[in-house]
Design a protein around this ligand. Structure first.
Ligand code: DND
Ligand code: ATP
Ligand code: GLN
Length: 576
């Protein structure tokens, strides 16, 4: 016995009900044509995820119900049972699944476990459900739940399994970070094994502001094996026949459910569905898929998708990048070409009196290798004119960082001028090491609309760039960019390492301080130099104000700056 399920791992656009509905309709047609018995979409597919404060607008909520009704109408005459994520409104708003078949809403499920950590704020928006849901499908029990529900050890899956569920269908919108794909697969395998129950886990794909959903939906078998994995970072609709064991056999051969000595205190909503055609289907062969990517490729693809969706969903076509001949702007340009095509990426080279000739050559070489349009605008005359204007007010002062920042700000102003004139969006090029330490100029190199590598440490920037050249099979990012020491070139012979510890050490300290939240003393005990750790912690703490004004970009780490790390700016707590 098997249940044929179509998984619609699709990319929804937040608030674009018309577009999302079209995707739902085409998936219904595919599922109906291949005789699927169930069709599942990602969490809140109809609205997009996360809708944030749009949920506070009743007009938005009503629109989502209007579109749900259109989809219910469209399902008339269709046999497939459709599980579609929407926001239900009763006494309050609920993150919900609609169970739809043949022009009818058969039932609804309200998500019970609302995540309220990391990038999630679901308690701000939703009331949690208080009933588990089981679809009784020709006497086969199928548990349905939504994303976080399946992560909780005492979530609905536990109750669904002890109530005899033989299959779990989970609709998810699970944001990507490096390591999550592996974690998810291991976790779902273990869950299936523990409850002796297959899981269909349908994940969202696509970018939404700082978040990327990586797809990679998973189907497990009752013995905890991964039967199928959806493509990472791509839309995919796939259909799979999931073997269902009968309950008697399961309980005789794997009696763990019998010994669960716990009160089954959850209310259960049973939704009954009969399907006469169930035994007439000829099984379809499926190929086991398993996509394992290197860390570099995975992060590159996550950023590429996040950038592409941000640019396109916000109605832009072209991006603009200040090309310095350094590693950060080179990698950002490569990512942009991969995401948007070389015709949609424009480089601006803005040498100053401190720019080395090789930097200009490296930037030109990169632009030529990527086959992108580029322009050169020299900034020395503007700089001297600025200095001249400030001469009177600065007359008692010495040259310092002020003059360095002027150069970065001139570049920012020029980039924004070109952006305004042509409607191209500026990509900021800062990496996580710089953003953590405030090593960037406000209203200077921090300008821009999107910051692709803001969550990538500098040491990883180099590794991803190396991977990229290998992936392309030729030198796109010039070798000289890899070997020269990182420099902002804002004063003669300046090097990043005049101000910051070597990136290999800096990044390790940052990871412990930011990702792991270790104290300064705990980091020193790990063998790092005391003064260096204190200096780094001070830079991180002192520069929260800069990050709060900074450009948004793709989350690829477990703890990114932004919604994921909410530190106060005005703060006297010190460990340094
Ligand atoms: N708590 C607070 N809340 C709000 N605003 C605050 C503030 N503290 C300072 N400020 C403001 O911030 C200003 C200081 O910030 P800012 O003007 O950015 O300047 P600042 O952080 O002093 O200098 C920028 C640093 O970034 C380096 N840089 C620049 C450009 C490129 C690169 C690179 O290699 O990528 C590196 C540069 O060498 C220098 O070390 C202050 O003058 C003040 O106006
Ligand atoms: N000469 C320049 N021409 C164009 N843009 C520049 C120039 N110098 C700096 N920028 C812009 O400012 C950003 C920050 O400068 P910075 O020199 O720190 O970065 P980078 O050169 O990309 O990387 P690295 O830190 O490895 O040198 C650059 O990525 C680039 O977008
Ligand atoms: N949307 C959700 O409920 C996501 C929560 C879940 N723990 C995840 O990150 O995958």
């Amino acid at each position: 016995m098997f249940i044929r399920t179509t998984v619609a791992q699709l990319n929804s656009t937040l608030g674009d009900f018309e577009r999302n509905m079209k995707k739902v309709i085409s998936a219904i047609e595919i599922a109906e044509n291949n005789n699927s018995e169930f069709l599942i979409f990602p969490e809140l597919f109809l609205t997009g995820y996360p809708p944030e404060d749009l949920i506070l607008r009743t007009s938005f909520l009503k629109k989502n119900i209007e579109y749900l009704e259109k989809i219910i109408d469209f399902s008339s005459g269709k046999n497939v049972v459709i599980l579609l994520g929407f926001i239900d409104i009763e006494d309050d708003a609920y993150n919900s699944l609609a169970i739809i078949r043949d022009g009818k809403l058969l039932g609804k499920y309200h998500k019970m476990h609302l995540p309220n950590y990391s990038v999630f704020d679901e308690n701000r928006y939703f009331k949690s459900g208080n009933e588990i849901a089981i679809i009784d499908y020709n006497n086969i029990k199928i548990g349905i739940n939504v994303c976080e529900d399946i992560w909780s050890p005492l979530g609905p899956m536990f109750y669904q399994a002890i109530n005899g569920a033989q299959l779990i269908l989970n609709a998810s919108a699970s944001p990507y970070f490096y390591g999550k794909r592996e974690l998810r697969k291991n976790y779902l395998s273990q869950k299936s094994y523990d409850h002796h129950c297959p899981i269909v886990y349908c994940n969202m794909v696509g970018g939404q502001d700082e978040i990327v959903f990586d797809g990679g939906s998973v189907v497990t078998s009752a013995d905890g094996k991964i039967m199928f994995e959806g493509k990472p970072f791509e839309e995919e609709i796939f259909t799979i026949d999931i073997p269902i064991e009968d309950n008697l056999r399961t309980n005789l051969h794997d009696p763990r459910r019998r010994y669960i000595n716990i009160v089954n205190d959850k209310q259960t909503n049973y939704i009954f569905v009969k399907n006469e055609n169930i035994n007439k289907l000829k099984p379809i062969k499926h190929i086991n898929t398993n996509y394992s990517l290197t860390k570099e490729e995975e992060i590159f693809r996550a950023i590429t998708l996040g950038l592409k969706d941000y640019i396109q969903k916000n109605g832009f076509k072209k991006v603009l990048i200040g090309l310095s001949g350094g590693m950060d702007s080179s990698l950002v340009a490569a990512i942009a070409v991969e995401a948007l095509g070389n015709k949609n990426v424009v480089g601006i080279l803005m040498p100053s009196m401190y720019s080395s000739s090789h930097s200009v050559e490296d930037a030109k070489k990169l632009a030529e290798n990527l086959e992108i349009e580029y322009h050169v605008i020299k900034i020395s005359d503007i700089y001297y004119s600025f200095k001249d204007s400030l001469k009177e007010i600065f007359k008692e002062t010495k040259e310092d960082i002020t003059e360095e920042n002027l150069q970065a700000r001139i570049r920012g102003t020029l980039l924004m001028a070109v952006s305004n004139k042509f409607g191209y969006i500026v990509l900021a090029t800062g990496n996580k090491s710089e953003i953590a330490t405030g090593y960037s100029t406000l209203y200077g190199d921090m300008v821009g609309g999107f910051s692709p590598i803001k969550d990538v440490y500098k040491t990883d920037v180099y590794k991803i760039a190396r991977w990229y050249n290998k992936f392309k099979g030729k030198e796109i990012i010039p070798e000289n960019v890899f070997i020269k020491p990182p420099s902002a070139e804002l004063r003669p012979d300046q090097k990043d390492q005049d101000t910051l510890p070597p990136y290999e050490i800096l990044d390790e300290i940052l990871k412990l301080y930011i990702e792991k939240e270790l104290s300064v003393d705990e980091i020193i005990k790990k063998g790092f130099d005391k003064d260096t750790v204190k200096y780094v912690a001070k830079l991180v703490d002192r520069n929260e104000y800069k990050r709060r004004q900074g450009v948004i970009g793709v989350k690829v780490s477990e703890r990114s700056f932004g919604k994921d790390r909410r530190m106060p700016i005005t703060n006297k707590y010190r460990e340094w």
